[in-house]
Design a protein around this ligand. Structure first.
Ligand code: UD1
Ligand code: CA
Length: 487
């Protein structure tokens, strides 16, 4: 296959049926926008030029296109409506950038057909070249063709044109072969055709589809190739189709990973974005969602009921019932159940973040453990340190965030409040319930509460005849020796 001279992506339409403040082509499936999917597919053909036509919500669409494909040319469609006009505007923008008008194959794609793959397009391009066509359209057969343009063929099967639903007669409406809005054109035939397309139709639009009949009439070859897998060419018009195509994309993504050696226990409840990377022998348990640029290394077990966005999971790690984003989980580390990993969490090899623990901007070194009920934010923890249950780094004084630095081989006692900024030196210990407001030198024991004081008979005098007082009196009778004095 030779690369096309240009790919034109149509993304100027309003997408009214989405009933959304967000432009249709910026809705997402598989973690990528609809137009993002189309641009990625288009790039796969290695075209000399890639043009995106915009109009509706143009600033938002242009900003997004610049982000996902900075080299793409943006063409603004003027207020003349229709797919034909959109392509004219694209050709004008293209010609403004090139020394001479482009020649050869020009591929046109709808910006709302997210499942189309480069292979299908390459085959279309190959047939176009092999047969010396002026236009090769991609079509498919559907049971419910209402709303689509129909492919009209003559008795010997030759394509004579495309008729839009609103312009079709009853006989044409019965045709089940529909136009997918995906084409390869010869640039010269495209220019010539568009030059004579009018707006004399039910919608008063410049129809790109009219180019086929015009090319045919001027003696050129026109063809339509039928895509066997209809869903590949299906467009999104409403949120119901968005969900259907999203589920299908996910099914295909999971299928690919399973064939590559990933165990997915329950594909029905597992969602994996297209850019996620999974190694062989990863196990994904039910109810797991992997988003963005999440990467999971070999032997790791993720789930059940875990949602990770842009998280790196190391080899052999286990991540159970966890919600995490922009975090790194080291090899053979364990996380969860019920852990909340916020951005900037970096857990070292064989480290542990346990039940009901929240972390943020926290580097937790190899072999260090935060096993239970803690918040660790804006902190650096060395290696082989243990953070006792229910300990908290108090990183926020109401105005500014401060950092906590804890060394290696430290034992932080249970229920320790660390009022940052505080540094705890290597090998230090802290007593349970300490409130650390000053640094702890290496090897020291930091204790802050006063000694325990027992006030005898306090319950009887404060709450006489209460259940507690009766229980205390009963306990005294059972153990007459007990006088409550310390030994
Ligand atoms: C078009 C085809 C129809 C085909 C259908 C497939 C025409 C005249 N008709 O229908 O044969 O079956 O797609 O979905 O081409 N767009 C623009 N500018 C416009 C109008 C549309 O850029 O002025 C873009 C849209 O953003 C979208 C694509 O073109 O990405 C298709 O537009 P849409 O309105 O969905 O399709 P129809 O014109 O109804
Ligand atoms: Ca339309």
């Amino acid at each position: 296959m030779t690369s096309p001279a240009a790919v034109i992506v149509l993304a100027a339409g309003a997408g009214t049926r989405m009933k959304s403040a967000t432009p249709k082509v910026l809705h997402r499936i598989g973690g990528r926008t609809l137009v993002g999917h189309v641009l990625a597919t288009a790039r796969g053909l290695a075209p000399d030029h890639l043009v995106t036509v915009v109009r509706h919500e143009r600033d938002a669409v242009v900003a997004h296109v610049a982000e996902v494909d900075p080299a793409a040319i943006v063409a603004d469609q003027d207020d003349i409506p229709g797919t034909g006009r959109a392509v004219q505007c694209a050709l004008e923008a293209l010609d403004a950038r090139t020394p001479a008008p482009v020649e050869g194959a020009v591929v046109v794609l709808a910006g709302d057909v997210p499942l189309l793959d480069t292979g299908t397009l390459a085959a279309l391009l190959e047939a176009h070249e092999a047969d010396g066509n002026a236009v090769t359209a991609l079509s498919t057969e559907v049971d419910e063709p209402t709303g689509y343009g129909r492919i009209v063929r003559d008795a010997d099967g030759t394509v004579t044109g495309i008729v839009e639903e609103k312009d079709a007669n009853p006989e044409q409406r019965a045709i089940r072969e529909i136009n997918a809005s995906i084409y390869v054109f010869d640039a010269a035939a495209l220019r010539e055709g568009l030059g004579s397309v009018g707006r004399d139709n039910a919608q008063g639009e410049v129809y790109l589809t009219d180019v086929l009949a015009l090319a045919r009439r001027s003696g050129r070859r026109v063809a339509a190739i039928v895509a066997e897998d209809s869903i590949l060419v299906e467009g999104v018009n409403d949120r119901s189709q968005l969900a259907t195509l999203g589920a299908e994309l996910n099914r295909r993504t999971l299928q690919r990973w399973m064939l590559d050696g990933v165990t997915i226990v329950d594909p029905a409840t597992t969602w994996v974005d297209v850019e996620v990377d999974l190694a062989p022998d990863v196990t994904i348990l039910p109810g797991t969602q992997l988003h963005g640029a999440t990467v999971v290394a070999s032997g790791a077990v993720v789930g059940p009921d875990t949602t990770l966005t842009d998280v790196e999971v190391g080899e052999g790690a286990t991540v159970t019932r966890t919600h995490g984003s922009l975090a790194v989980i080291g090899p053979h580390a364990t996380v969860g159940p019920f852990s909340y990993l916020r951005p900037g969490t970096v857990l070292g090899e064989k480290g542990k973040i346990g039940a009901y623990v929240e972390t943020k901007n926290a580097e937790i070194g190899a072999g260090s453990k935060v096993p239970h009920l803690s918040y660790i934010g804006d902190a650096t923890i060395g290696e082989h340190t243990n953070i006792g249950a229910a300990s908290v780094t108090l990183n926020y004084d109401g105005t500014t965030k401060h950092r906590t630095v804890i060394g290696s081989y430290v034992k932080i006692g249970g229920d320790t409040m660390i009022v940052a900024p505080v540094t705890v030196g290597d090998g230090a210990y802290t007593g349970a319930g300490a409130v650390l407001r000053r640094d702890v030198p290496p090897g020291a024991l930091a204790v802050t509460p006063g000694n325990q004081r027992n006030i005898e008979g306090w319950v009887e005098s404060r709450f006489p005849d209460s259940s507690a007082a009766r229980a205390a009196a009963a306990a005294d009778q059972h153990d007459p020796e007990s006088d409550g004095d310390p030994a």
